[in-house]
Write a protein that binds this ligand. Structure first.
Ligand SMILES: Cc1ncc(COP(=O)(O)O)c(C=O)c1O
Length: 472
C-alpha cells in the first residue's frame, strides 16, 4: 500500500492551548533563531563563577527539540493510545496520527508515489534495515569518508570501500570507475552521505545517483545531517532510499526514517519478526507455524510502534516546511560565515575540509587548534564559557584521520582518545548549529576561541576516563 501524502486524518488532535510555537519576533531578525527550541533559556554554571545561558553548539550530534514539536507532542499526549490494535477511540486516533505522519514524511521528502516510508529508531537502524534487505550477492560501494552508520552495516555484503575524493568531480569519477569494474548483472548499492557530519560539506548526490543508475546500481542517501538543514527531494535527487534520524531533526523521541523503493524491502525477511509485521499466522499440521508477512512498511515495523516519536518527526517536518527552507538556509549561511570568518582570524586554528573553502556546506564545522588537545579545548569551552561542542573523531574515524593526516585504515571505537591537558592528539573539535541558534551563541564561541588561544585556559583540567574535565 502506498500512503497518500494528502491523506486527511479522520480524527484530529486539538491545537496546543498555549501558542508558544510561533517564530521569535521580538528581536532583530538577523540575530534571532528562526525557530524556538527547548532549553533556550537554560543556564549553566561556569567554573570561574556565575552562570550563563547554555550555548548548544552540538546540533550535529542531537539537536534540541523544537518548541513546536514539544507543544504538538504535549497536545497529543492525553490522547495517546495503542497503534494498529485496539478498537477504542484513542487507539483509532493514534493509528490515524501514526499513518498520517507517514504521509507527512512522504511529502517532506518529496518521495515518488509508490515509495514506502518505514519508521525505524534512527539513521543507524534504517541503514542496518536496508543492509538486512539487500538481495543475494548484492555489491555495495561506499566512500571511506562515511559516518560509521553508513560505513559499517554492509559488512556481510560484498563491499568496496572507495578512497576519499578531494573534489566533487573526483567523487563521481571514483564511483564510476568502481562501478564499471563490477559484475554488471548482479544487484549493487551505493551508499553516500548528503552532508558530512565532520566538515558539513555537501556531497554531489544527484551526480552520484546518475552515475549509480547509469551502471545499474541503486543508491541510498544518508541524510542524517542534510535533512535538518536543506530541502530534500527524493524525486529530484533521484535516490532510491533516504535515511534520517528524528533527534537530529529537532524531534528527539527515538524515531527515524527509511523511505524509498518498496521492492527490495517487500522481498526481504522482516527486519524484526513479531506482531504488526505478520498478516496471518497459523499452526501447520506438522506442528510448525506458517506466517504471511505484510508487504507494506509494516513488514519492517514489528512490535508496538513509537507513535510519539513518529508524530514528533511529522511535526518537525511541518515546522521546517512552514518556516521555509529558503529562510532557514539563508540564516544558517549567515552563521556559517560568522564562524568561519572568526576562525580564519586565528592562525593557530585549522578548519578541516575535504572539498575546499568554496564547497557548499551546512552548519557543521570541525577544526584543530595548534598546541591544544581538542578534548582540553572543548572542556574549556564548556567550563569557562558555557558552550557545548563535541570533540573526538565523530564516528567517522577514517575521514577524520585522513583530514588530520594520520593512518586512515585504523578504525577503532567511537570516542576521544586518551589525552593529557596540553598534549595535542589526533582528534578534532566540532561546532554545529541550526534553526534554533541565535547569533549570540556563535559570537560567544568565536570570542571564546580567540581568548583561549591568546590567553590559555583560566582553569586547570585533568584526564578522567580519557576525557579532559575541570580539576574541581
Ligand atoms: C552523517 C550521519 N549518518 C548517520 C548518523 C547516525 O545517526 P544515529 O546516531 O541517529 O543513528 C549520524 C550521527 O551522527 C551522522 O552524522
Amino acid at each position: 500500500m502506498s500512503v497518500r501524502p494528502d491523506a486527511a486524518p479522520a480524527v484530529t488532535v486539538p491545537a496546543p492551548a498555549v501558542a508558544t510555537s510561533a517564530a521569535v519576533t521580538d528581536a532583530d531578525p538577523c540575530c534571532a533563531a528562526p525557530l524556538p527550541v527547548l532549553g533556550r533559556d537554560v543556564t549553566v554554571p561556569l567554573v570561574t563563577g556565575g552562570e550563563v545561558t547554555y550555548a548548544a553548539l552540538d546540533y550535529a550530534a542531537s539537536a534540541p527539540a523544537l518548541q513546536r514539536v514539544w507543544d504538538d507532542v504535549a497536545a497529543y499526549a492525553p490522547y495517546y493510545g495503542s497503534v494498529h490494535r485496539g478498537a477504542g477511540y484513542l487507539s483509532q486516533l493514534s493509528t490515524d496520527l501514526f499513518e498520517n505522519s507517514r504521509g507527512t514524511v512522504h511529502e517532506f521528502l518529496d518521495c515518488r508515489d509508490d515509495d514506502q516510508v518505514v519508521f525505524t529508531r534512527s539513521t543507524t537502524d534504517s541503514l542496518n534495515l536496508l543492509a538486512a534487505a539487500l538481495p543475494a550477492d548484492c555489491q555495495v560501494f561506499v566512500f571511506e569518508t562515511e559516518h560509521h552508520a553508513s560505513l559499517l552495516p554492509w559488512r556481510d555484503a560484498r563491499v568496496t570501500y572507495l578512497n576519499a575524493p578531494r573534489t566533487h568531480g573526483e567523487a563521481v569519477r571514483t564511483l564510476e570507475t568502481a562501478l564499471a569494474d563490477r559484475d554488471p548483472y548482479g544487484p549493487a548499492l551505493v551508499c553516500v552521505t548528503g552532508a558530512s557530519n565532520v566538515t558539513g560539506e555537501l556531497w554531489p548526490v544527484r551526480e552520484l545517483a546518475a552515475a549509480a543508475h547509469a551502471h545499474g546500481a541503486r543508491i541510498v542517501l544518508d541524510a542524517a545531517q542534510l535533512a535538518p538543514h536543506h530541502p530534500l527531494s527524493v524525486r529530484e535527487l533521484d535516490v532510491d532510499w533516504v535515511a534520517f534520524s528524528g533527534h537530529k531533526l529537532y524531534a528527539p523521541f527515538g524515531s527515524g526514517v527509511l523511505a524509498g523503493r518498496a521492492d527490495w524491502l517487500q522481498d526481504a525477511e522482516p527486519y524484526l519478526a513479531g506482531g504488526g509485521a505478520s498478516r496471518k499466522v497459523a499452526r501447520r499440521t506438522d506442528g510448525g507455524v506458517d506466517v504471511e508477512w505484510h508487504s507494506t512498511a509494516a513488514r519492517h515495523e514489528a512490535g508496538s510502534p513509537n507513535v510519539i516519536g513518529v508524530y514528533s518527526i511529522a511535526s518537525a517536518c511541518k515546522a521546517l516546511t512552514e518556516a521555509g527552507f529558503g529562510t532557514l538556509v539563508a540564516r544558517e549561511q549567515h552563521l556559517i560565515t560568522k564562524v568561519r570568518d572568526g576562525l580564519a582570524e586565528v592562525p593557530e586554528v585549522k578548519v578541516l575540509s575535504l572539498f575546499g573553502d568554496d564547497s557548499p556546506r551546512v552548519g557543521v564545522i570541525s577544526f584543530v587548534v595548534e598546541g591544544w588537545n581538542s578534548s582540553h579545548f572543548a572542556a574549556a569551552l564548556s567550563a569557562e564559557y558555557g558552550i557545548g561542542v563535541r570533540d573526538g573523531l565523530f564516528c567517522a574515524h577514517p575521514l577524520v584521520r585522513t583530514l588530520l593526516g594520520s593512518d586512515p585504515q585504523d578504525v577503532g571505537e567511537c570516542g576521544a582518545p586518551e589525552a593529557e591537558p596540553g598534549e595535542r592528539l589526533l582528534n578534532a573539535i566540532r561546532v554545529s548549529f541550526g534553526a534554533g541558534t541565535p547569533d549570540e551563541h556563535v559570537e560567544r564561541f568565536v570570542r571564546a576561541v580567540k581568548e583561549l588561544v591568546r590567553d590559555g585556559a583560566k582553569w586547570n583540567y585533568r584526564t578522567e576516563d580519557g576525557r579532559c574535565v575541570p580539576a574541581v
